[in-house]
Every structure is written in C-alpha cells, then in structure tokens.
Design a protein around this ligand. Structure first.
Ligand code: FMN
Length: 456
C-alpha cells in the first residue's frame, strides 16, 4: 500500500516494537496469560485498578498503540488485558468496568474490517453500559472527509449506552505526536503515575538502492518502477503483508517532509526490500514529491531511511490454506510477497487475479509470473487489461467470470487478500465478491480474517 499523505510520522513500530510488545506480555506474566485465556470474560482482578484495552485497527497502528497503552497502565500497577474490540460484546464491555479503546477509521469514514460484526451486531442500538468508564483514542487523517468517523461513532454509541467518558475523546490526525502525548497524559492522570514512558518509535535503518527497473515502458498509465534496497547493516525481519515507511529527504528549508508507506514486495530471504512505486503526476505536470524522488532522482548506491512495521491485518494464512490474491497496479507488490512466501514449499494453492491497462505494456513482472506458474508457486493466473480493445474489463470482472471456481476455493477454506486502489478497484472487487459469494457470506469471511484488504 502507498499511503499518500503519510498516515503517521512514527508508525514504524517494526520488529523493535514487536519485541517490546513481547516483553510487555512477558513482563505482565501470569496476569496477561490469564487474560488471554478468558478472551471475552470478566477481568480476573476486578479491583478499581483493572482495565481492558481494546483496539480496532485496519493497518496495525491502533493495535500498536493499544499495546503501548497497556504497557503504560501495567507499569503503573494496573491489571490490564488487551483485546480486539471485535472480540467483545455488550456483556463483556459492561463487565470490563474500565475500558481504553484505540480505534482507527478506514475507507470513507468506515470501521476497520475486524469490527464489522461488532458494528452490525453490538453497535446497532444502545445497550446498557452503565457503570463502564472509558477513554477513547481515535486515529484518523483530516484529509479524509469523515475525520475519525468510526472513533466518533463509537464514542456516540458508548455515551448513548450510558458509559461514562473518563476524559474527552483524544483525536489523532495523521499520527500527530502532540495528541498521542495528550493520551499518555490522560493515562497518567488515570493511574496517578507521573512517569511518561518514551513512545518514540525505533530509529530508521539505512538502506541502499541497488536496483530500479521500469516495469511498464510505453504504458498509457503512469510509470511503474520496481525498486530494490539492500540493508546497510543487519536486515530486520518481516513477513508478507508488512509495510515499510520510507523517510523523505529533508527540504531545502530544513523542514521535515515526513515519510511515505509502501507494501513490501519481497521477503527477508531475498536479502533486499523491494517495492513497486508509481510515479505520480500532479495536475501541473510536476512529479509527486515521494514518487518522483524514488523513481527518478534517487541514484543507484544512494542510501535512504526506512523501517518496516508489521501489518497484522494483511498477514497470510498457513501455507496449506488456499489463497486468492486480487489486485491492480502497484497493488501487485503487497500480493507478491504472499506467493513468494509459499515458493518451493507444499501449499494449498495460490490464485492471482490482476488488472492493469494494456497487455503489451502493463503485464508487470510477466516473466516472473510465468516462472511462478511453471514451478507451481502460483497455481492459477488470470489477468485483465482495461485499455485493450478485446478486453476492456477490470479485475472485478474476473471475479464474476470465474465465480463458480471462486466459490469452490472459498468452500475449501480459501483466504482472499485484496491489494490496490481504494477508488479504482476495491469497491468494485467488494461488490463482485458479494455477488459471487452472497451478501451474507462476505461479512463472515471479513470477521473470521478470511477476507483481508490493503487498499489505498
Ligand atoms: C484506505 C484508507 C482510508 C482511510 N480513511 C479515513 C477516513 O475516512 N477518515 C479518517 O479520519 N482517517 C482515514 N484514514 C486514516 C487512518 O485512520 C489513519 O491512517 C490511522 O492512523 C490508521 O490506523 P490503523 O493502522 O490502526 O488502521 C484512512 C487510511 C487509509 C489507508
């Protein structure tokens, strides 16, 4: 995925944070294990110093912040458990007594996929949550029309249900560090702790550009480039679906231009982090700040700042599970790591459906795809090219065309991963999946993690 504008300046909470999280869990020891065992049950220690931290997250940031919140509470002596909000129902919420929620917004003011059932089944009408005190950290980005749409909706529903805000909702615009400090301050007031732990993410690593290849010369669309970076030191670990945050070079006036996020198209075993980047063109013809720099100005041998962070909601299932990968354009990057992850080992099948503009110029990575078909790393490939006279269709048409096979893959337990543009593709794909599988079935797949999206 490419989030433009950047979703959060310091979202690069990669392996380092994961270790921190693991440390936090280990540290809170038996308490955390007991809590994990009683997923939706009441708190083990129901004293006033107990709390539930819940998260609703699409691309992982709310989840990371939930774990950091839990660690702050736990450091201050509060007994705490961390749960996906979607795993709680009204009774569990009421029993929680004290709730800290970190909730992001996705799509156009939508709730993250993992809470779709919660929204449908629990938030449909007010319930009795009297006695529940809560704090809410809402993540969003003001460049979207419905800023913090889900966080605000959740807040409204909690209040209508009789829950008491412990403090005003804290809204985070694009990872604003000040708002996050405010949240930390509120946590401090709750626990009486004056220590504000450092939530600064791990530093960027240095990576060197070692290859850049134009994937679609002659295309009627924007230039797409494959970029490969080698780590300057020890390579961090990551898995298919994870996201890299690339720091942009400082502006001439010394101000920090921030960073951009991209799906990693390779795996640590490749020895390099690869990306597919589209060179964007502004209405006045000038190139996009980040994409122009990456695809043209940066030279082979130049070093950049990068950190890779987990994107748990786009991780893949076990290899024996059939996998249906659907995407368009640069979305191929986020899908590629998934078939690579299965390469050379027995697996339950990988079916790629991909859409671009012209077969002659936009058959991205065609040699590689053909080779993957020969080695059975890919079991099936269907492509569609929207600008070709004989074709003229988008990737969602492939779903309609192959609906019967798609249903039989899903009947065999397949997981569907979708990566690419929000506007141009994911809505159409969603509608096509709904009609192929039935409107009842798709929400169930979403809730059970069998339909995952990384769209931008
Ligand atoms: C595809 C997409 C759609 C988004 N839609 C909205 C939106 O409608 N309103 C908003 O305030 N923020 C929106 N955001 C910004 C996210 O809420 C923000 O990046 C948040 O930090 C993501 O947290 P998460 O990683 O836990 O999902 C969107 C982000 C993406 C990538």
């Amino acid at each position: 995925m490419t989030a433009d504008p950047v979703r959060w300046l310091w979202t690069g909470v990669a392996v380092g944070l994961w270790l921190l999280v693991v440390a936090a869990v280990a540290w809170s020891g038996a308490r955390a294990r007991r809590a994990a065992a009683s997923r939706a049950g009441a708190l083990d220690s129901s004293g006033s110093d107990a709390a539930t931290v819940a998260f609703a997250s699409q691309t992982g940031l709310a989840e990371e912040l939930a774990w950091m919140t839990a660690r702050s509470l736990s450091d201050a002596g509060t007994s705490v458990r961390v749960m996906p909000l979607g795993d709680l129902d009204a009774a569990a919420l009421k029993a929680a007594g004290r709730l800290l929620v970190v909730a992001s917004t996705t799509g156009e003011g939508d709730a993250p996929d993992g809470v779709s059932r919660f929204v449908r089944q629990t938030m449909g009408a007010p319930v009795d949550l009297s006695g529940l005190g809560y704090g809410l950290l809402a993540l969003g980005d003001h460049t979207y029309n419905d800023f913090c749409g889900f966080g605000r909706a959740l807040d409204g529903w909690l209040q209508r249900s009789g829950a008491e805000p412990l403090f005003d909702r804290v809204e985070v615009d694009n990872g604003d560090a000040g708002a996050i400090r405010d949240w930390q301050h509120q946590l401090g007031l709750l626990t009486g702790s004056t220590i504000q732990p450092d939530w600064t993410p791990p530093a960027f690593d240095r990576w060197t550009l070692v290859e850049r290849r134009h994937l679609n010369p002659g295309s009627p669309g924007g230039e797409a480039w494959l970029l490969a970076f080698a780590p300057d030191g020890h390579a961090p670990d990551w898995v298919a679906g994870d996201i890299a945050e690339i720091g942009l070079p400082a502006r001439a006036d010394g101000t920090d231009p921030g960073s951009r996020e991209y799906s990693v198209a390779s795996l640590p075993g490749d020895g390099r982090a690869e990306f597919i980047v589209r060179r964007l063109t502004r209405p006045d013809g000038s190139p996009g700040l980040a994409s122009g720099w990456l695809t043209h100005h940066l030279a082979i041998g130049d070093a950049i700042d990068m950190r890779i962070r987990p994107n748990r909601s786009f991780h893949g299932p076990a290899p024996e599970t059939p996998l249906i990968l659907i995407g368009n354009g640069t979305g191929l990057a986020g899908l590629r790591a998934h078939w690579k992850a299965r390469a050379g080992r027995p697996h339950g099948g990988v079916w790629l459906m991909f859409g671009e503009r012209t077969r002659a110029h936009d058959a991205f990575l065609d040699d590689e795809l053909q080779a993957a078909l020969r080695t059975r790393d890919l079991t099936r490939l269907d492509r569609v090219f929207s600008r070709d006279a004989a074709d003229g269709r988008y990737v969602q048409r492939l779903i309609a065309q192959h609906a019967d096979e798609l249903v039989s893959w899903v009947d065999r337990g397949a997981v569907i991963l979708v990566c690419g543009s929000l506007e141009g593709m994911s809505r159409g794909v969603h509608a096509a999946l709904e009609s192929a599988l039935g409107a009842e079935r798709l929400p169930v797949l979403t809730e059970t993690g069998r339909y995952r999206r990384d769209v931008y």
